[in-house]
Design a protein around this ligand. Structure first.
Ligand code: MN
Length: 206
């Protein structure tokens, strides 16, 4: 069985974290990552496997399930679990130990073209992350060749709006409540200053 086939097979596995659970401490504690990755993310993968077993979705990739179920009222559970599985894997790679700082040159050029400065881009990401009402995500995306900041609610993804995600911030309470309680803005500031993985965003520019 090829790796591609394993990737799309019915039993999906929880992807490994790209770093140790304590690697983002103190901006995000090992305790938060333990619950967020080991319980929440794992739960979405397990729920999707249960739902998909024996259905037309069993052998589809996450992206295919997301595209096939978006906006369909009778497929909400499939969409939510597949999109949350995809969003979380993307979120872990959007962070890295000793992140933040300056983006790589080509990304920086695109950021400056769209937002003026890297700080202005970070400010827009912070605004999207702190003003998303309730659970959701803030994203840097490529939309028709231009960088934009967007926010989505619950499990929603820019993928279904035809936008290419470059990086994301999880602003569900489970992402920060153990470390910051109600202070979402402090979590967002710590992520943008200390953890954001511009290299990952640059790689996603393609
Ligand atoms: Mn989450």
């Amino acid at each position: 069985m090829s790796n591609d086939k394993i990737q799309s097979a019915a039993v999906r596995v929880l992807p490994s974290l790209p770093y140790a659970e304590n690697a983002l401490d103190p901006a995000i504690s090992a305790k938060t990552i333990g619950f967020h990755y080991g319980k929440h993310h794992k739960g979405y993968v397990e729920n999707l496997n249960k739902l998909a077993a024996g259905t037309e979705f069993a052998d589809l990739t996450l992206e295919q399930i997301i595209a096939a179920t978006a906006g369909k009222a009778d497929k909400t559970a499939f969409f939510n679990n597949a999109a949350q599985a995809w969003n979380h894997t993307f979120y872990w790679s959007s962070l890295k130990p000793k992140g933040g700082g300056e983006p790589p040159a080509m990304l920086k050029q695109k950021i400056e073209a769209a937002f003026g400065t890297v700080d202005a881009c970070k400010k827009e990401l912070a605004t999207a992350a702190t003003t998303q009402f309730g659970s959701g995500w803030a994203w840097l995306v490529l939309d028709g060749g231009t960088l934009k900041v967007v926010k989505t609610g619950n499990a929603d993804s820019p993928l279904i709006q035809g936008k290419k995600p470059l990086l994301t911030l999880d602003v569900w309470e489970h992402a920060y409540y153990l470390d910051y309680q109600n202070r979402r803005a402090d979590y967002v500031a710590a992520v943008l200053d200390k953890l954001i993985n511009w290299d990952f965003a640059a790689k996603n520019l393609g």
